[in-house]
Design a protein around this ligand. Structure first.
Ligand code: HEM
Length: 529
C-alpha cells in the first residue's frame, strides 16, 4: 500500500515537473527569437499587467514606446506579437493571409460559430454566404430602409431642439443603429426608438455593459486556454438547461427574463425569428434570406468539404450565431463612431462649417417631404460622392479606432514573416493606436490634432486600420459608412451642433470591450437656411 502511495506521489511530482518545464519552454519563445518582451510573471505571462491596465490596446501602445514596433507578450502561455510596423502587418494580414486566417480562438465553442469567431475553411464558408449582402447593389436597395430609421430619429430629436437644452445624443444613435441593422439584415422591426425597453435591445446592451474581461471565468480561460473548450461547453450546457426550464417548465420566470445570460437569451429567441421567416416567405434578399437559402440540417465537416463553393451550407445554429454577431457588430460600432463624430463636430466649428457647406451643395429637396419624396433623401449614390465627408469620417475613425481589439490574426501553421519564425498558434496583434498616431505615417500635422485634410495625402496601405485589413476586413464597412453618412447629412442639413456644458466631463471614454464614450452632451440649433 505504502509503495503504491509513493508511486502515485512520484507520478504527481513527475507530472508537475513536466508541466513546469513545458511552461519554461513556452516562456522562452520570444527570447529564442531575440524579440524584446516586457517583464512578465511565470504562469500569467503579461496578463496581470494587462488586467490592471485601463485597456489592453492602451497598454500595448505604452509598451510599444519602450520595446519598439515588434515585441512579444504572453497571454497566459499564448505568445502574441504586438506589431506597429506596417510592412510586417501587410505580410500577415494580406500577403500571407492563408497562414493567418483566424483570430484568437477564445470563443471556441460549438455554440458560437459565426463569421467572426470561425477560422480557416469554416470562416470561408460563412464569409462566402454573407458577402453578397453588402454589395453596392444591395446597399442601394437598403438606403430607403436606413432612411426610414433615420426619419424616426430625426423626429425624436425635435423635442430637444424645441427645449433648447443639452442632451446625450449617443442614446439616440444607439437606438437608431439597432433598428437599422435589424431591419436591413433580418427584416426585424425592433422599433427601439419608440420602445427603448425592447428586449432584444436591452439584452444586447447588457452584453456590452458586462465587464466580461474582469470576470474570474474569463481570466481563468485566458491563463489556461487548454481547458477553454471544455469549460465553455459546460457553461453552454448549464445555460441550455436554464433556458429549457425558463421556456418550457417555468414560462412565468422566463417572462421576467430571469437567470438567462444575455447571449443565451438572444440565441434562444433568435430561433423563433428564423421560424417566422421560414413560415412567411418574402421577396426580400437580406442577410437572413441569403443564409436561409443555404440552410441544412446535416452536419457540416469543413475538412472534407469538396471545395466547391456552390455546396456551401449553414446550419440553423450557425445562422442564429451570425444574426447574433451582426446585431452586436452592426449596432455598437456604428453608433459609437457617430457619437465620436458628433463630439468632434461640436469641438471644431471650422470642420463643422466645411461639412455643412458640402452638404448644402447636394441635390436634395430642402422643404418638408412626404413619403413620395423618399428619393430626395440622401441615398447610396449621393453620399458616395462627398469628398469632405470622406475625409471627416476617416479622421474620426483614425482618432477613434473603436474595434481595434478585433484586428489580430492567429497563425494556423508555422511560417516566416520578415525573417522571424512564427509558430502555429501564435497571435499577431496590430497596435492600432501606435499606427494611427504615428508621426511618420500621418505627419506633418500632429496626429493628435483632428485634421481631416491629412487623408488627402496617400499613406501606407496599413497606416489606416479602423476596419482591419486584408480578406478578413470588416464585412459591414460599406454598410456602416453609408448609414453614418446619411445620418450626418440629414442632421447637419437641418441643425448645427453646439457643445453642451457637460460635453467634456461626461465623455468618459472607456475601452471594455470596445472603445466608447459614456455620453456625448450637445445642443442642436435649427439652421435658418
Ligand atoms: C464604424 C463601424 C464599424 C467599425 C469601425 C468596424 C470595425 C471592424 C473591425 C476592426 C473588424 C475586424 C477586421 C479585421 O480583423 O481585419 C470588423 C469585423 C467585422 N465586422 Fe465590423 N465594424 C463596423 C461596422 C460593422 C457593421 C455595421 C457590421 C454589420 C453589418 C459589421 C460586421 C462585422 C463582421 C461580421 C466582422 C467579422 C468579419 C470576419 O471576420 O470575416 N461591422 N469590424
Amino acid at each position: 500500500m505504502l509503495s503504491l502511495s509513493i508511486i502515485l506521489l512520484l507520478i504527481c511530482i513527475g507530472l508537475i515537473t513536466y508541466y513546469f518545464l513545458q511552461l519554461r519552454q513556452h516562456y522562452q519563445y520570444f527570447s529564442r527569437l531575440h524579440i524584446p518582451t516586457p517583464p512578465f510573471h511565470f504562469f500569467f505571462g503579461h496578463l496581470k499587467t494587462l488586467w490592471s491596465s485601463t485597456s489592453f490596446p492602451r497598454q500595448f501602445e505604452t509598451w510599444t514606446k519602450e520595446y519598439g514596433k515588434i515585441y512579444g507578450v504572453y497571454q497566459g502561455t499564448v505568445p502574441t506579437f504586438v506589431v506597429s510596423d506596417p510592412n510586417f502587418l501587410q505580410e500577415v494580414f494580406v500577403k500571407q493571409f492563408a497562414a493567418f486566417s483566424g483570430r484568437t480562438n477564445f470563443f471556441a465553442s460549438a455554440k458560437i460559430q459565426n463569421v467572426f469567431t470561425s477560422s480557416d475553411a469554416t470562416w470561408r464558408r460563412h464569409r462566402h454566404v454573407i458577402n453578397p449582402t453588402f454589395s453596392a447593389a444591395k446597399l442601394k436597395l437598403m438606403s430607403p430602409l436606413i432612411n426610414g430609421c433615420i426619419t424616426n430619429v430625426m423626429e425624436k430629436l425635435v423635442d430637444h431642439v424645441t427645449s433648447d437644452s443639452e442632451f446625450n445624443i449617443y442614446t439616440y444613435y444607439k437606438r437608431m443603429t439597432m433598428d437599422v441593422i435589424c431591419r436591413c439584415a433580418f427584416g426585424l422591426d425592433t422599433d427601439v426608438q419608440s420602445n427603448p425597453n425592447n428586449m432584444y435591445f436591452k439584452k444586447v446592451e447588457e452584453l456590452f455593459g458586462a465587464r466580461i474581461r474582469s470576470s474570474i471565468f474569463f481570466k481563468l480561460l485566458q491563463v489556461v486556454p487548454q481547458v477553454r473548450t471544455t469549460i465553455v461547453k459546460i457553461f453552454d450546457s448549464i445555460n441550455n438547461v436554464r433556458a429549457f426550464i425558463n421556456i418550457r417548465i417555468l414560462p412565468s420566470v422566463s417572462k421576467k427574463q430571469l437567470h438567462e445570460r444575455p447571449d443565451m437569451w438572444l440565441h434562444n429567441r433568435l430561433h423563433s425569428v428564423i421560424e417566422q421567416r421560414q413560415q412567411t416567405p418574402t421577396s426580400r434578399v437580406d442577410l437572413l434570406q441569403l443564409m436561409l437559402q443555404v440552410i441544412t440540417t446535416e452536419q457540416i465537416n469543413d475538412v472534407v468539404q469538396d471545395g466547391s463553393k456552390t455546396n456551401y451550407r449553414l446550419t440553423r445554429e450557425e445562422i442564429v450565431s451570425n444574426i447574433f454577431i451582426f446585431m452586436l457588430a452592426g449596432y455598437e460600432t456604428t453608433s459609437t463612431t457617430l457619437a465620436f463624430a458628433t463630439y468632434e463636430l461640436a469641438r471644431h466649428p471650422e470642420v463643422h462649417r466645411k461639412l455643412q457647406a458640402e452638404i448644402d451643395q447636394l441635390p436634395l429637396a430642402t422643404d418638408d417631404m412626404s413619403d413620395d419624396d423618399m428619393k430626395k433623401y440622401p441615398d447610396y449614390d449621393i453620399v458616395a460622392q462627398m469628398p469632405y465627408m470622406d475625409l471627416f469620417v476617416s479622421e474620426v475613425l483614425r482618432m477613434y479606432p473603436i474595434a481595434n481589439q478585433a484586428i489580430q490574426r492567429r497563425a494556423s501553421e508555422d511560417t516566416i514573416v520578415q525573417g522571424i519564425k512564427i509558430e502555429k498558434g501564435t497571435l499577431v496583434y496590430a497596435d492600432v493606436y501606435s499606427i494611427h498616431y504615428d508621426q511618420e505615417l500621418w505627419g506633418p500635422e500632429d496626429p493628435k490634432i483632428f485634421f481631416p485634410e491629412r487623408h488627402e495625402t496617400k499613406r501606407h496601405p496599413m497606416a489606416y486600420l479602423p476596419f482591419g485589413a486584408g480578406p478578413r476586413h470588416c464585412i459591414g464597412m460599406r454598410f456602416a459608412l453609408i448609414e453614418m453618412k446619411i445620418l450626418l447629412v440629414r442632421l447637419l442639413r437641418e441643425y448645427s451642433i453646439l457643445p453642451g456644458e457637460h460635453l467634456h466631463n461626461k465623455l468618459n471614454i472607456h475601452e471594455q470591450p470596445a472603445l466608447a464614450p459614456e455620453a456625448v452632451w450637445v445642443k442642436l440649433v435649427k439652421r435658418s437656411v
